[in-house]
Structure formats: structure tokens, C-alpha cells
Write a protein that binds this ligand. Structure first.
Ligand code: IMP
Length: 420
């Protein structure tokens, strides 16, 4: 099949980077459609580890074109740094295209995030994501088609002066250093000259018509979706399937393979309700064994058992056709594995993920217990190589979500993967 999407089914950090890297080996295009440098996609190959923030993980594959779609917010300084690093460390220069409608993260956006206290109150990544999407919705943002114009610097300074007035001239805005930003803008202008600033809808629909292999790489996770997630503890974009329509200009009906990435347990970084959060030994154990520290901010992630209530909700939301179950190896060594199969809300049993974060915070999960296994599973190449209890866990997830598990990740490396 020529069109695939990889979407996070929980609160992000499910291991999408590894799956995207794996599937994009022979892809013609990899398209990111939402978010920006709040994402941290880690890929480990023969040459070591590489962390991506703006660029899709497929940037490690020569010959694959990458598109930063119009639904993204992009920091010119961060993007230029990432491209430079890729060249310095790997000698790679990806063929990169940017949707002309994508919004620009300027130096004042992370400052506004601090002034608005969203870092404290929502636990955001501090990358200026929310304020940039806020400007987009308020129609005062800059798009990449503006960035390449001659009058961009004047317009940027006018907007900055206006913001200084609105916020009462705080030092963080009056002393803002803009030189690095304007240098990066100049470099991107050069990079984007020619045909690199594109109408993504035309380009990618034509690629699909021409039967090219296109992968849409989601960032964050479905439960962080601005509309469907645990608002207000969400990101400011749509990491769900609908984000492809608005964030790439391609109808989600054109995406044949919709892979939901499910981590074998649950994690969340930042604030907001997480019913299966475990603040005892289990949570700590998962964090250490799974290396659950943010790829972008280094923050420790909150950890706990798998939550089928949330997963059933996001499976329907995205109409997943396949599941990639990741980090199964982390569960080796547990005597038994708890899985939440429902919630109690004010004493009533519920099986639907509540739309209100206040309700969700009051939900007590109900658990069932499955058998654990001792053996390490990292060397498994087929499902048959797994201990029976691990195989049972995979089959259980498949049966509960009613979607085939087509990929099982049993280690960090590209090679440590079972493809069914
Ligand atoms: P923002 O996207 O920086 O505005 O942060 C909003 C919320 O989304 C915070 O709870 C972040 O921790 C979370 N978040 C944003 N990006 C990611 C990600 O890539 N993985 C996991 N959580 C994320």
C-alpha cells in the first residue's frame, strides 16, 4: 500500500520515531503534519542515536523526500541546527520541502509561553508551540510564505513592538536577542529558493496519484489532541488522523494504512490527569527500565499500566487498521502485569473515556491481571520466539482493541523488531 500514517495512541512518546524510521526505508515522501520542536523522535541505528525535533525520522534515509507540512509550527533556528547536525554527524543533507502555509516560531513565542504561565500550569515544553498556534488562530502569525519576503524583518519588528506594548514592556521582550533568528531566516531563504516552498496539498496528492509511497508521521499522541484530548492539558495541534487533512492538505480517506503506536504501558509528561499513573515501585521501575525521560526536555515521565479505556477511544478516533506495540521488552521481569479495563467515576463503573479532564482526574481505574515473564525478549525475531506470557500479552492487546498487531518492538534498535 502506498499511503501510511503513524499516529501516537496515548500521550506521546510511544516510539513513533522508530516505527517511522523502519517503515520509511523505501518511502518516496515522509510528511509531518502537526506540532513542531515539542516533538522528540529518537532513532537508533547502526551508527548510534539521533534525536529529531522538526525533521521526520525518515531524514536518515537517503533518497526519501521530507515535507514539513502546513499544519506545523517551525523554529528557523532549531531547524537550521538540526540540518547542520545531520550533516556534521551523518554527512546527510535531506531533500527538504516546507509547506508555504506552515507557521514560524519566532523568538518571542517561547517568551510569551513563560509570560502566559503555560509552562507552569499545563507543563508545556517551552518551545513556543502554544503561542505560535495562538497567533495562527488570532490571524497575527507569520507563515513561511511571509518569511521569504523582503519586508519580513520590518513586519516581525512591528509585531514585536506591538507585543511589548500589550505586555507592558517586560524585560524578556525588550531585551530579546533577535540576531540568531534573523540569521537563521536568511539561511532558510536560501535553502527554500527554487521549488522547496510548496503547496503541500497539490504536491502530496499528486505523489499519491502517481503511486509514490507516502508516510504521514504524527507527532505527540492522540490524548494530547487540542480537540479530542485531555484539555486544557493538551498540545495546540491535532496529532490525530484529522490533522492530516488540515495539516498536510490531504484527505485522511486517502491514507490506507493507519498504524496506531501503542506503548506496552502508559506514560505521560507534563500535567493533566492520567488514571493509571503509578507513584509506587512499579512506576519508578518502568521509568528506569524504559528510560522514560523526555527526549525534548529531559523531564521524568509519569509511568503506569496500560489503559484500555483511553486506547479504545483513540483506536476509534483514528480508525486504526494496525497496531505497532512498542517497548514490550521493558515488561520483562514483572511477575504479573496489570491492565486497566474500566474506570469508576464517583462509584459508577464506566468504560468510556470522559471528555472532561476534571471527571477523568476523579476516575479510579479497575484492573485485571495478566501473567508476566522473566526472560529478556530483545533477540526475538518472530512472535514464536517470545515467552508464552509475552505472546499472550500481544494477543490480548490485539483482541481488546480489535485491530491486528502487525509490529512488535522489543528493543531500541531498528533490528530489534518483530514484523508479522
Ligand atoms: P506543548 O506542546 O509544548 O504546548 O506542551 C503541551 C503538552 O503536551 C505538555 O504536557 C507536553 O509535555 C506535552 N507534549 C508536547 N509534545 C510532546 C511530545 O512529543 N511527547 C510527549 N508529550 C508532549
Amino acid at each position: 500500500m502506498s499511503t501510511t500514517t503513524i499516529i501516537g495512541s496515548q500521550w506521546g512518546d510511544e516510539g513513533k520515531g522508530k516505527i517511522a524510521d523502519l517503515l520509511s526505508e523505501d518511502a518516496d515522501w515522509v510528511v509531518r503534519f502537526n506540532g513542531g520542536p515539542n516533538a522528540g523522535h529518537t532513532v537508533v541505528d547502526e551508527e548510534g542515536e539521533f534525536k529529531f525535533h522538526h525533521l521526520p525520522s525518515a531524514s536518515l534515509h537517503e533518497g526519501c523526500k521530507v515535507l514539513l507540512g502546513p499544519g506545523m509550527v517551525i523554529n528557523p533556528v532549531g531547524l537550521v541546527e538540526e540540518l547542520d547536525q545531520l550533516q556534521a554527524k551523518r554527512g546527510l543533507k535531506p531533500e527538504i520541502f516546507i509547506g508555504s502555509r506552515a507557521h514560524v516560531i519566532t523568538p518571542y513565542h517561547p517568551v510569551l509561553e513563560v509570560l502566559e504561565k503555560s509552562k507552569e500550569e499545563v507543563g508545556t515544553t517551552g518551545r513556543g508551540i502554544g503561542p505560535t498556534y495562538q497567533d495562527k488562530a488570532a490571524r497575527s502569525g507569520f507563515r513561511f510564505m511571509d518569511l521569504v519576503k523582503e519586508d519580513f524583518e520590518d513586519r516581525f519588528r512591528e509585531r514585536l513592538d506591538r507585543l511589548k506594548g500589550i505586555w507592558g514592556d517586560p524585560e524578556s521582550l525588550t531585551d530579546l536577542d533577535t540576531s540568531e533568528f534573523l540569521d537563521a531566516v536568511a539561511r532558510l531563504r536560501e535553502l527554500l529558493s527554487g521549488d522547496r516552498l510548496v503547496n503541500s496539498s497539490t504536491l502530496i496528492n499528486a505523489a499519491i496519484d502517481g503511486e509514490e509511497k507516502v508516510i504521514f508521521e504524527g507527532a505527540q499522541g492522540s490524548l494530547l489532541d487540542i480537540d479530542m484530548g485531555t484539555y486544557p492539558f493538551v498540545t495546540s495541534s491535532n496529532p490525530t488522523i484529522g490533522g492530516i487533512g488540515t495539516g498536510a492538505g490531504v484527505s485522511p480517506t486517502r491514507v490506507e494504512r493507519r498504524i496506531g503506536v501503542v506503548k506496552a504501558y502508559t506514560t505521560r509528561v507534563g500535567k493533566g490527569p492520567m488514571p493509571t499513573e503509578n507513584n509506587e515501585e512499579l512506576g519508578e521501575w518502568l521509568r528506569e527500565k524504559g528510560g522514560e525521560y523526555g527526549a525534548t526536555t529531559g523531564r521524568p515521565r509519569r509511568c503506569g499500566p496500560l489503559d484500555l479505556v483511553g486506547l479504545k477511544f483513540t483506536t476509534k478516533l483514528n480508525d486504526f487498521t494496525e497496531i505497532a506495540l512498542t517497548k514490550l521488552d521493558v515488561l520483562s521481569g514483572l511477575d504479573e502485569i496489570k491492565v486497566a479495563n474500566g474506570y469508576r467515576l464517583d462509584g459508577d463503573k464506566i468504560t468510556e473515556f470522559p471528555p472532561s479532564s476534571e471527571d477523568l482526574a476523579r476516575c479510579e481505574p479497575t484492573y485485571m491481571t495478566l501473567g508476566g515473564w522473566e526472560e529478556e525478549v530483545t533477540d526475538a525475531k518472530n512472535l514464536e520466539d517470545l515467552p508464552t506470557a509475552a505472546r499472550d500479552y500481544v494477543n490480548f492487546v490485539e483482541a481488546e482493541l480489535d485491530v491486528p498487531v502487525s509490529i512488535v518492538s522489543v528493543g531500541k534498535k531498528r533490528s530489534e523488531t518483530i514484523v508479522r
